[in-house]
Design a protein around this ligand. Structure first.
Ligand SMILES: CC(C)(COP(=O)(O)OP(=O)(O)OC[C@H]1O[C@@H](n2cnc3c(N)ncnc32)[C@H](O)[C@@H]1OP(=O)(O)O)[C@@H](O)C(=O)NCCC(=O)NCCS
Length: 173
């Protein structure tokens, strides 16, 4: 992956570019994303700049891209990343899509393709995803991509002053 700025790792997944900043700030400044993720609200251009810096740092450190921009018709549509990667064992995925790009099957295609990519590149045996129990759209995506619900993690995340539950989903190979 390191090299050209628009190389595709899998269909729809590309590298972030410096000029994604405006679109990133606009798409992520959305309470329907912060409700289900750790993305803050409001989300500013400063937050977007920090994210792009973080992506560059981790890409340099690992010598490969692990955070991808999802593009639809050449427009930035969302983000997808691999976290806590342990090669030949397991990793975790996270993702979001701008509100106008939802309901088109994009994330189902992205998660399916990304799992194949991770399996091939890092020889993963297990991929995990953590989801809030009321995030029906995300749960649907995971189920359609072969993930199974493994359990309810009680009081797993701190959100503001509250401890909230999460569901653990995983796919094994
Ligand atoms: C979760 C998210 C990525 C889904 O992306 P998407 O491209 O719209 O997903 P898809 O179109 O591939 O599939 C969505 C599925 O969920 C279903 N769905 C959508 N909203 C739903 C709801 N409120 N209740 C039940 N099902 C719902 C859709 O009908 C579809 O299933 P179907 O094709 O079997 O009908 C997107 O909604 C999003 O970015 N949400 C905010 C951020 C987020 O939740 N990130 C994930 C954190 S774990």
């Amino acid at each position: 992956m390191p090299g050209g700025s628009e190389q595709r790792a899998v269909p729809l997944l590309t590298r972030f570019k410096a000029d994604d900043l405006e679109d990133l700030a606009e798409l992520l400044n959305d309470p329907s994303i912060s409700e289900f993720t750790t993305v803050p609200h409001p989300y500013t251009r400063g937050n977007a700049r920090e994210w792009l810096r973080f992506v560059n740092q981790t890409t340099r450190r690992h010598g490969e891209t692990r955070q991808f921009a999802i593009r639809h018709n050449n427009l930035l549509a969302g983000g997808f990343d691999f976290r806590r990667l342990q090669k030949e064992h397991k990793g975790e995925i996270g993702y979001w899509l701008g509100s106008s790009f939802r309901g088109l099957g994009i994330m189902t295609e992205v998660v399916g393709a990304a799992c194949q990519y991770a399996r091939k590149r890092w020889k993963l045996e297990r991929i995990e995803a953590f989801v809030y129990p009321h995030n029906q759209a995300s749960i649907r995506v995971l189920e359609r991509c072969g993930f199974s619900r493994e359990g309810l993690l009680r009081k797993y995340y701190r959100r503001d002053d509250e401890l909230v539950d999460a569901l653990l989903f995983a796919r094994t190979f």
